[in-house]
Design a protein around this ligand. Structure first.
Ligand SMILES: O=P(O)(O)OC[C@H]1O[C@H](OP(=O)(O)OP(=O)(O)O)[C@H](O)[C@@H]1O
Ligand SMILES: Nc1ncnc2[nH]cnc12
Length: 199
């Protein structure tokens, strides 16, 4: 096993150890996968960040999806020393925003980002030829959330004439039977989806 495979395998073991499933929550029929225990173990969370640090060392910007994605994106941005952007639920960001509504496994929601958010990026970051954005979140279920986030990032890149940028995504876990990956690849075949633990 090489360095990458070792990091991936350790990250997967940490996720398996720290995930708890709650049947019929928040709605009947939903099997809720709670990864929050991961944050109660510095070592296991650090193992996860070690994997992301290696896997995404060429990323210029990390986007965290509200709310659990914020924790992950912040940790990655600090480890990789790169900017982090919040993708927030509707009505939480001031100024002109871009928005995308979506349906997730247990309800509907809407994401927003500020139209002019890239003005806060450094000139060096903005002028990067191979601009690579990482969208990170905890769970890929139906893919509605991730799909909406990809659409918003694409709109933002287009508005900033960065159309040759690369978008990668990474999730801690995915629920295979809900076909989130398939739903996203149907719409975006140029986006990579990295999942540490598929159940
Ligand atoms: O693949 P999908 O079916 O779209 O569901 C996945 C999304 O659902 C949860 O977010 P949610 O908005 O429920 O919660 P949070 O605010 O606690 O992160 C989870 O964090 C993912 O973002
Ligand atoms: N089954 C699930 N577990 C945790 N988060 C989720 N978000 C959407 N579906 C979920």
């Amino acid at each position: 096993m090489d360095g990458y495979e070792k990091l991936q395998s350790c990250a997967k073991k940490a996720v398996i150890k720290r995930s708890v499933t709650y049947p019929d929550w928040p709605n009947k029929g939903v099997s809720f996968l709670d990864i929050s225990p991961l944050f109660l173990s510095y070592e296991d969370f650090d193992t996860l960040i070690n994997y992301w640090q290696y896997r995404f060392q060429d990323v210029q910007l990390v986007v965290g999806l509200e709310a659990r994605g914020f924790i992950l994106a912040t940790a990655i941005s600090q480890r990789l020393k790169i900017p982090m952007m919040m993708m927030r639920k509707k009505g939480k960001l001031p100024g002109k925003t871009l928005s995308e509504s979506y349906t997730k496994e247990y309800g509907k929601d809407e994401f927003e980002i500020q139209e002019d958010v890239f003005r806060h990026l450094s000139p060096a970051t903005k002028s990067c030829k191979n601009f690579h954005v990482l969208i990170v979140d905890d769970i890929l279920a139906t893919g509605g959330t991730l799909c909406a986030s990809i659409e918003l990032v694409r709109k933002l890149l287009k508005a900033n004439s960065m159309t040759n940028a690369k978008i990668s995504t990474s999730l801690i876990s995915s629920i295979k039977c809900l076909k989130g990956k398939e739903n996203i690849y149907e719409k975006y075949n140029d986006v990579s989806i990295d999942v540490i633990h598929e159940i």
